[in-house]
Ligand binder design. Structure first.
Ligand code: COA
Length: 322
């Protein structure tokens, strides 16, 4: 049976870097508060970059890393909550810019789990024998949907894009996955879109921004993520000790430390990118993977457990051999 193997990665961060000290100059916060509660030191914010432009750059790097051409891609799935357009999908913009004319392209909205959902969807298509090669991405310009007057959320997020090329492979690839949703808790991390607006009603639309109940999200993450990882690792026929690296969604260092404790696995096995790019929702996991790949951590057969979690609520994990 063909396995879904990641054969190339790429990422792109905006040029502008904003440190915690920079933020402290424009709002009532401090490097001490942000660092000690989250582990975040700085983030990249988009000025001229867009969700699509960063996605295209990340995709080109991933194709290059995989040694593949755009025409060889059958499927493009992009996880985002901050696409530039309501329509066309960001994935279609990527398709056009790359000239991936043989691909079917669409976006997935699963917030911070978006890349992991995209991976699992691509895997389902590959397992079904419908497609052989997919480009999957997570890309966000969160800085346009966070409230810059709300210090409890705006300091947490950043902008960027990550991509991976996946392909059916006889030897290595995805061994198991788990995913879930709990729509009853949607309100703990939400951003309202457009409200009704038509000749039948009077509207006075205000721009809506992300709002979050940080402690509820924290509680959800530290219970759901270790349970989902345990389940996936077991389904892969492995134990937590067998895993070489845990590539988790980069929301908060304290969530990652808690997962490491619950699984009784050293923090050394949990690579971090949130210190220099903050939480980039769907883009966090693929950016981290690209840093691990380019940093030389990943060799054929290296066992990785990945997990994304966030708004929806949604969560998704996967265990794979590189
Ligand atoms: N700078 C300084 N003070 C801040 C601040 C900031 N940027 N943001 C909030 N505060 C203040 C609040 O006003 C509040 O003050 P008060 O007690 O006087 O009312 C206080 O800090 C709250 O601090 P605390 O109770 O320590 O917050 P916390 O321990 O819950 O930490 C989070 C807040 C957001 C860091 C934490 O809840 C968290 O990480 N949650 C998970 C969020 C997440 O990862 N979301 C994305 C998942 S995909």
């Amino acid at each position: 049976m063909m396995k879904t193997r990641i054969i190339g990665t790429g990422s792109c961060l905006p040029k502008a870097v904003v440190t915690n000290d920079d933020l402290a100059k424009i709002m009532d916060t401090s490097d001490e508060w942000i660092s000690s509660r989250t582990g975040i030191k700085k983030r990249h914010l988009a000025k001229e970059e867009t969700t699509a432009s960063m996605s295209v750059e990340a995709a080109k790097r991933a194709l290059d890393n995989a040694g593949m051409t755009a025409e060889e891609i059958d499927l493009i799935i992009l996880g985002t909550v901050s696409a530039d357009y309501v329509t066309p999908a960001c994935a279609c913009e990527v398709q056009a810019a790359l000239g991936a004319k043989n691909a079917v392209a669409f976006d997935v909205n699963a917030a911070c789990s978006g890349f992991m959902f995209a991976l699992n969807i691509a895997n389902a298509y590959i397992q079904a024998g419908l497609y052989r090669t997919a480009l999957i991405l997570g890309a966000e310009t969160l800085s346009k949907i966070v409230d810059w007057n709300d210090r409890s959320t705006c300091v947490l997020f950043g902008d960027g894009a990550g991509a991976a090329v996946v392909r059916g492979d006889e030897q290595y690839g995805l061994l198991a996955f788990d995913q879930g949703s709990d729509g009853t808790k949607g309100d703990v991390l939400a951003c309202l879109g457009r409200t009704n607006n038509n000749p039948l009603i009077e509207t006075d639309q205000e721009t809506a921004y992300v709002h979050m109940d940080g402690q509820e999200v924290y509680k959800f993450a530290v219970t759901t993520v270790p349970a989902s990882l345990q389940k996936t690792i077991e389904a892969a026929g492995l134990t937590p000790e067998d895993i070489d690296y845990y590539a988790l969604h980069q929301a908060n260092i304290r969530i990652i430390q808690s997962v490491s404790k619950r699984l009784h696995i050293s923090e050394d096995k949990f690579p971090i990118s949130l210190d220099h790019c903050g939480n980039i929702s769907a883009a966090s996991v693929p950016i981290l993977l690209d840093e691990m790949n380019r940093g030389g951590l990943l060799k054929p057969g290296t066992k990785i457990a990945m997990s994304g979690f966030g708004g929806g609520l949604t969560w998704a994990s996967a265990v794979l051999e590189w």
